[in-house]
Write a protein that binds this ligand. Sequence first.
Ligand SMILES: [Zn+2]
Length: 232
Amino acid sequence: MFLGHFAAALAAKGVAPRPSLGTTVLAAQWADGIWPLFVFLGLEHVEIVPGITAVTPLEFVSYPYSHSLVADAGWAALFAVVYGTLRKDWRGAGWLAALVLSHWVLDVVAHRPDMPIGLDGIKLGLGLWNSIPATLIVEFALFGAGVWIYVHSMRARDRMGKVLYWAFVATLVVIYLLAVFGPPPPSERALAVTGLLGWLFVAWAYWIDRHRVPNVASEGIAEWRTTSFRHR
Ligand SMILES: [Zn+2]
C-alpha cells in the first residue's frame, strides 16, 4: 500500500486539525519510514523476486520491528505520548496513534500473508497485490477520498498553499504509477535507499501545512458575521 497511507494522513486533518499535515504523514508512514533503517542495520530482510505479486516484486522476508502489529502498537503509543506531551493536544495524539496503526491494517489488505502479528509466528495478508486492477481501484479510491476530505477541511492561505498541495498530490501519483508499472529495483540496498525518500514527503507536508488553515474556523466566522449582520 502506498497512496492509501497518504490518504489516511490527509483525511485525518478532517477530524484532527491541530497536528500538522507533516505529523499526520509521519504517523501514517511511520512503519515505512523506519523500515529502510532496519534493513540497513540487517535486522529486517527483503528480497526482490519479480512476479511474486502482480503489483510489487518485493518479498518481505521479515520485518517484525517496523511492520508487526505488536511493534506498531508500541510505536503508536510512543508517538501519541511524545506528541501529546509536546503539544498538550491529547485528542490529536489519539488520532495520531490510530494513524500509526492504520498502516498495519492497510498493509494487511495489500500484502501477501507476510504481515506479522507478534515479533514471530502468525502472519496475515489479504493479497490485494495479486491483482493490478483491484489494487489501482482501492489505492486511487482511498487517495481520492483523502485528497477530497483534506481540501474541504483545510483551505489555502495563499497561492503557495494551493501550488504545494497539488504538486504533492501529483508527485505521489506519478511516483506510485512508476513503482507499479516501472522495472523492479536493481538491488535490496537501492530499494532501501529509495525507501528513505519517503521522508521528503514528511518535510513537504510540513511545508504545505504552513500555508493552509482549517476551513471550519473560517466558515464559522463567516457564518457568524452573516447571521449577526442579518439580525442588525
Ligand atoms: Zn508498509
